[in-house]
Design a protein around this ligand. Structure first.
Ligand code: SF4
Ligand code: SF4
Length: 186
């Protein structure tokens, strides 16, 4: 487990370094487009995403400024370095709100993507980076990570379970929908 955690931490640190290289040089991401697109879009065929390039670059600086000001608890830095990648929320931590009627679907909502005008969100409301490295290792795949995050994005779908005595206790009135926690680990 320690080795796994070291691997996850190393991947995140390398990604931070790569992002820094891209942002500071201004051309790093463009010179390494296949690397960028495989990490952020899960697709090395960079020519299919050329139109995104400049928007993603500007978005990177926008998000960096939000990290510096500590908005949303530091965004990417709020994900612990050694935590496993996630493709779904941790069901021991979060549950569907009893008032949410669409089950696991988000329906037409995309508030947690559109709040920052994420350039990876398509006009149809789909994420072009679904299941990519960035998506799994940072905030997107694991959303929500805490109640403050839910409130920040005004998400009506999720609730974070009550926290008792250092462990997340099952809410007696909670609704797991019979799902087991699922974590994508690689
Ligand atoms: S804010 Fe909540 S309901 Fe809306 S897209 Fe995000 S996770 Fe889904
Ligand atoms: S899940 Fe939303 S915020 Fe995350 S990369 Fe996809 S579109 Fe952007």
């Amino acid at each position: 487990m320690v080795l796994q955690e070291m691997k996850w931490a190393t991947f995140r640190l390398l990604f931070y370094s790569y992002l820094g290289f891209c942002l500071v040089t201004g051309i790093g991401g463009f010179l390494t487009l296949p690397v960028f697109t495989i990490l952020c879009l899960g697709d090395w065929r960079f020519w299919r995403h050329i139109g995104l390039g400049y928007r993603v670059y500007l978005h990177g600086w926008k998000m960096f400024s939000k990290i510096l000001t500590g908005e949303n608890e530091g965004y990417m830095f709020s994900v612990p370095l050694r935590s496993p990648p996630h493709s779904v929320p941790d069901r021991q931590l979060a549950k569907l709100s009893p008032t949410w009627e669409l089950g696991n679907s988000c329906g037409p909502c995309n508030q947690c993507c559109s709040k920052f005008n994420c350039p990876i969100l398509t006009e149809d409301g789909l994420c072009k980076g679904y299941e990519s490295f960035f998506w799994r290792y940072f905030n997107c795949g694991r959303f929500p990570s805490n109640q403050r995050e839910i409130e920040y994005y005004a998400c009506e779908k999720w609730l974070v379970k009550p926290h008792k005595g250092g462990s997340y206790a099952e809410d007696p009135a909670g609704d797991y929908l019979g799902e087991e926690p699922v974590t994508a680990i690689d």
